[in-house]
Write a protein that binds this ligand. Structure first.
Ligand code: KIV
Length: 273
């Protein structure tokens, strides 16, 4: 098989223009990162979901910048040992970007110096100014709207967002503001499939990555442990256990990549609202 070109912002834009879906998975350590890279995953997210899947917390709120730097550096080392073509996104944890744009820049620097290619932050409205500040200083940013786990207590639980017209309109408006601020990627979590598809159409320069948002987005992301069937709690409706049909972890990841690229995962009848 020919060597894969390194995934970069121009490469992601090219994939989008060619109608090729972006396959993203979370990873938190060197070994899983290297396997994901070898399996052809386009983007790895060092998600603050590590608070739950690695640290056993009830939410992502307790995750620190130091935790994120440690796991991002581990994943970056794993990628260097593999072919290292995967785009590496690191989550900015709760409380690490809300005080000021300068605080956000300081913490984004720590993640970029640990090996991230892009940082992700949650929320709309006030975050647009922070995104603009970071992008102007050379930090690629992925935004995150819909169910934003860092604010789960304010949202009242892990619920589908944007269900009524006013909430949907607000999500559309915030998506455009984030694109205009320079966000190159936008995770849409637990929003109705039709809404995520229409936001994707409206955003020409910002690639939407869905999780529980149907198959009309530019790409998909899943939490690694969920797609390997290692979820200790209730499996969310939007997850598919790719390990069931695969004989190995690398096989499960390859099956996920193929299903995302073919548009067969997620199935809007089974996995979306
Ligand atoms: O932290 C995480 O893993 C995430 C994904 C669920 C998108 O933000």
């Amino acid at each position: 098989m020919p060597a894969r070109k390194p995934v970069s912002l121009p490469r992601l834009a090219h994939m989008r223009a060619q109608g090729e879906k972006i396959a993203m998975l979370t990873a938190y350590d060197a070994t899983f990162a290297a396997v994901a890279d070898a399996a052809g995953v386009d983007c790895i997210l060092v998600g603050d979901s590590l608070g739950m899947v690695c640290q056993g917390r009830h939410s992502t709120v307790g995750v620190s910048v130091e935790d994120m730097v440690y796991h991002t550096a581990s994943v970056a080392r794993g990628l260097h040992r593999s072919q290292g073509t995967t785009w590496l996104v690191a989550d900015m944890p709760y409380g690490s970007y809300a005080e000021s744009a300068e605080q956000a820049m300081r913490n984004a620097c720590a993640l970029m110096q640990a090996g991230a290619h892009m940082v992700k932050l949650e929320g709309g409205g006030w975050t647009a100014r922070t995104v603009e500040f970071l992008v102007a200083r050379g930090v690629p940013v992925c935004a995150h709207l819909g169910l934003t786990p860092q604010t789960v207590y304010a949202l009242g639980g892990y619920r589908v967002q944007g269900k009524d017209e006013a909430a949907a309109q607000l999500l559309r408006q915030q998506s455009l503001e984030l694109q205009n601020a320079g966000a190159a990627m936008l995770v849409l979590e637990m929003v109705p499939a039709a809404l995520a598809a229409s936001i994707t159409q409206e955003l020409a320069h910002c690639h939407t990555i869905g999780i529980g948002a149907g198959n009309g987005t530019a790409g998909q992301v899943l939490v690694l442990h969920d797609m390997l069937g290692m979820n200790l709690g209730k499996m969310p409706k939007f997850v598919h256990n790719f390990m069931q049909e695969a004989g190995s972890i690398k096989g499960a990841m390859q099956a996920y990549v193929q299903a995302v690229k073919a548009g067969s995962f997620p199935d809007n009848q089974l996995h979306a609202w």
